[in-house]
Design a protein around this ligand. Structure first.
Ligand SMILES: *[C@@H]1O[C@H](CO)[C@@H](O)[C@H](O)[C@H]1NC(C)=O
Ligand SMILES: *[C@@H]1O[C@H](CO)[C@@H](O)[C@H](O)[C@H]1NC(C)=O
Ligand SMILES: *[C@@H]1O[C@H](CO)[C@@H](O)[C@H](O)[C@H]1NC(C)=O
Length: 508
């Protein structure tokens, strides 16, 4: 092929123009879209992505946030915190739900606090006989610390040892006391025996670090950070026609080498490496604050201890979060790979109110802008009850703002009975119109920051998955900022873009 030198010169000029436009804002080239993969489960732990990370924890059934229910073998009823908390513990409920569920706080492998529905902790009454089980204390101490002893034969038959050295017993349906010597075997006639049900588990960063404890956690986490995602992955990503990574981080990344326990330092070194590798392989980076202080949704991937959602309840907490954003923006503003900072992931309504979000997003945006005039600022739409354009009045005024939307054909009842074709039609019709509704010429850009080629369909073929992935690539490709697959690596194959690409399920 003969190329004239003028033509060559021209194309070089165009190339320079195109590449300089795409640093930072990228607005000059409106056809540019992010095609990213999330690096989930790396700097913010999610047990289902890599269960083996928890293998070395002693007594790993009892981690922070494990939800337990106890049925008395003598009353045949469940333990319950009367009124949900602030009162006595009873053993008279025929079925178990909120008030009958106790969330663990793990002190060490053998010592636990039990948190009730209204967030008090079980202890022994300090007035009267001193042995009635009550849920009054708002801050657990020695007098709220219990042990759980499991029957060697049937591990779900347990005794609960109280801080006074005696065992809890359901003396009557209305009276639960800590005064059993617990020495009568494991039969149905001993009121200190309970049948335990695990009603829920969390396997996030709080659980893994507190589970290993301060001696072991720093080594275990560093080993995970150094091996789960490595330089070769960035090379693979860039060769796979992707152009960016979205990297979830936790708020403790801004706390130096010794963050508040049980979190451990060191994830910042990995983020530094990620930027070096991104620069080397020409990838852009979206930093995503996935876990905000206090937890913005109560889920394990936001660093929650026990499913409670405390983020945004005070100005101090919002300020603390802004400080983390400012730290990240200032550290990476000079990197040519910094493309966007996402202020928070998946805040959950109604706990995270719209007015809180607006207050935080304005402050977070300003913090990014103090260090970078070009980085995009990504704001997640709330999950739960919300209005898809609720952030528009604020975001439309902020240059370079982006709305993040997560589209999964999962987690909602309406997907349970959809077949292959119905799932694909849902993408082409319903998702497409949802996305159109928020993709406007004068509003913020739109980003499908999480999606996956997985569904509730059983026994789907490889071809089914290919069609499902293709439909999503086509529709989400119309988002004005771009999209990001969840996630690069996962023991569940369809959730691993690495596996999906290598095995021919997804072609970019
Ligand atoms: C666990 O904590 C309890 C209560 O603080 C303490 O008495 C016990 O010695 C600790 N056990 C271990 C193995 O550290
Ligand atoms: C939070 O930050 C704002 C803005 O800097 C400041 O006016 C306010 O006093 C801070 N509030 C708290 C509780 O720290
Ligand atoms: C998709 O949209 C159609 C048309 O609005 C609606 O009838 C249908 O219920 C939607 N599907 C689901 C699964 O929500």
């Amino acid at each position: 092929m003969v190329v004239s030198s003028t033509k060559l010169l021209l194309s070089i000029c165009v190339l320079i123009l195109v590449s300089s436009c795409c640093q930072g804002q990228g607005r000059v080239d409106p056809s540019f879209r992010i095609r990213a993969v999330n690096l989930g489960g790396w700097l913010v732990t999610e047990g289902w992505i890599k269960p083996s990370l928890f293998d070395g924890i002693v007594n790993k059934d009892f981690l922070d946030g494990t939800a337990l229910q106890f049925k008395s073998v003598t009353t045949g009823k469940y333990l319950c915190s009367e009124q949900g908390g602030g009162s006595i513990i009873v053993a008279n409920r025929p079925a178990a739900s909120g008030w009958e569920t106790f969330r663990l706080w793990r002190i060490n492998e053998t010592a636990f606090n039990f948190r009730v529905f209204d967030k008090q902790f079980i202890g022994l009454s300090t007035s009267g006989n001193g042995i009635d089980a009550v849920a009054i204390s708002k801050a657990p101490g020695n007098s709220e610390t219990f042990q759980i002893l499991r029957n060697a034969g049937d591990r779900n038959r347990v005794r609960i040892k109280a801080p006074n050295g005696y065992y809890l017993q359901a003396k009557t349906e209305e009276q639960v006391t800590a005064d059993s010597p617990g020495n009568k075997g494991w039969g149905d006639d001993d009121p200190s025996v309970f049948v335990m049900t695990v009603a829920g588990r969390l396997q996030g960063e709080f659980q893994v670090t507190n589970g290993y404890g301060p001696e072991k956690a720093p080594q275990v986490m560093r080993e995970h950070w150094n091996t789960f995602i490595v330089e070769k992955d960035f090379e693979f990503i860039s060769k796979s026609k992707l152009n960016a990574v979205r990297i979830p981080v936790g708020w403790w990344i801004g706390s130096g080498p010794i963050p508040p326990p049980p979190f451990v330092g060191g994830s910042l070194d990995s983020l530094d490496n990620a930027f070096l590798w991104a620069e080397k392989y020409g990838l852009k980076v979206i930093i995503d604050l996935h876990a905000a202080p206090g937890s913005q949704n109560g889920w394990e991937h936001s660093g929650s201890r026990d499913s409670s959602q405390e983020w945004g309840k005070t100005d101090e907490n919002i300020n603390q979060t802004v400080t983390v954003i400012e730290f990240l923006a200032s550290r990476y503003a000079k990197s040519p790979s910094l493309y966007a900072v996402e202020l928070i992931n998946e805040p959950l309504s109604p706990g995270a109110t719209l007015s809180t979000m607006i207050k935080y997003y304005k402050a977070g945006y300003a913090a990014v802008r103090r260090h970078s005039s070009t980085a995009f600022v990504v704001m997640s739409n709330r999950l739960g009850p919300m209005e898809p354009r609720e952030l528009f009045p604020m975001a439309s005024e902020l240059h370079g703002s982006v709305i993040d939307l997560h589209y999964y054909n999962l987690f909602e009842e309406k997907f349970n009975n959809l077949n292959v074709q119905q799932n694909i039609d849902f993408v082409y019709n319903n998702r497409s119109s949802d996305l159109n509704h928020v993709t406007t010429s004068n509003g913020p850009l739109t980003f499908v920051g999480e999606w996956v080629a997985e569904w509730q369909v059983n026994g789907a073929t490889k071809e089914d998955y290919q069609r499902f992935a293709k439909a999503q690539l086509e529709v989400y490709g119309r988002a004005s900022f771009g999209w990001a697959y969840w996630t690069l690596r996962n023991v569940n194959n369809h959730w691993s873009l690495d596996w999906m690409i290598r095995n021919g399920y997804i072609k970019l």
